[in-house]
Design a protein. Structure first.
Length: 239
């Protein structure tokens, strides 16, 4: 039986939790939560009473050693974040790496994460994509955007509603005006909305509104002229 479970939780709609996630949360000895208050509400809603311990970006380094010891003693631990899949733009990576280094078994349950429905609803190619998460806010932002100019895969970004318009303006500047993009807001919630179009079209849509809610931006990759299978075969024969 695994020692650590990463358990995805709903990104809005409370029905989006799997039967296995509920069972695991009931079976483990300890639940690590990014915010014990937020997760406390969910656990109460699910009728689960388990010891909850805070595990967030500011304390995860310090608690690793003790958690590894606890798991070596045979205790089972679940990690949840405020919403979605732990370790996806949330704490988790450090603990997973520490477990693997300590030969402890890790299981990640499949479940809600914001970028998958946003990618699918964008209508942009989903066969190859790059998940960029949050862009650096100040230092390194320019270099990061420059590094993406020639990216041909669909790009996915997490963004706050307060920075959405500024970020779309910057995308226009770095990626040009003719790329298609998509903004998904409040996925799985009552006011869920996805707007697809050029950067300008999306900016026009949101310019007059006071923006609230959680946001994923999906951007078309740079167009590359790929040789078709037949062109490549023809070239092979000639060569
Ligand atoms: N672990 C989460 C996941 O698996 O998607 C991501 C956590 S990250 C701290 C929070 C960001 O995810 C938000 O700022 C937003 O960009 C995105 N997000 C989370 N829930 C969302 C929702 N319901 N609709 C749109 N975006 C969402």
């Amino acid at each position: 039986m695994p020692h650590l479970y990463l358990v995805p939780t709903p990104i809005g709609n409370l029905e989006d939790i799997t039967l296995r996630a509920i069972r695991i949360l009931k079976e483990v000895d300890l639940i690590l939560a990014e915010d014990t208050r937020t997760s406390g509400f969910l656990l109460k809603h699910l009728g689960i009473t388990k010891p909850l311990q805070s595990h967030h970006a500011f304390n995860e380094h310090q608690s690793l050693e003790k958690l590894i010891k606890t798991m070596h003693e045979g205790k089972k631990i679940a990690l949840v974040s405020d919403a979605g899949t732990p370790a996806i733009s949330d704490p988790g990576f450090l603990l997973v790496r520490a477990c693997l280094q300590a030969s402890l078994e890790v299981e990640c349950l499949p479940g809600p994460t914001a970028f998958v429905p946003a990618l699918v609803k964008s209508g942009l190619p989903s066969d190859r994509f790059t998940f960029e998460g949050f862009l650096p806010q100040k230092k390194g932002r320019k270099t990061h955007l420059e590094s993406l100019i020639n990216e041909s895969r669909t790009m996915i970004f997490y963004e706050s509603p307060f920075r959405l318009l500024k970020t779309l303006e910057q995308f226009k500047e770095y990626f040009g005006t003719d790329r298609q993009a998509s903004v998904s807001r409040e996925l799985t919630k009552m006011f869920e909305e996805t707007v697809n179009g050029t950067f300008d079209e999306i900016i026009t849509h949101y310019n007059t509104k006071t923006l609230k809610g959680e946001i994923v931006i999906v951007v078309e990759g740079k167009k590359v002229t790929r040789k078709s299978k037949y062109e490549a075969e023809e070239e092979d024969q000639e060569g």
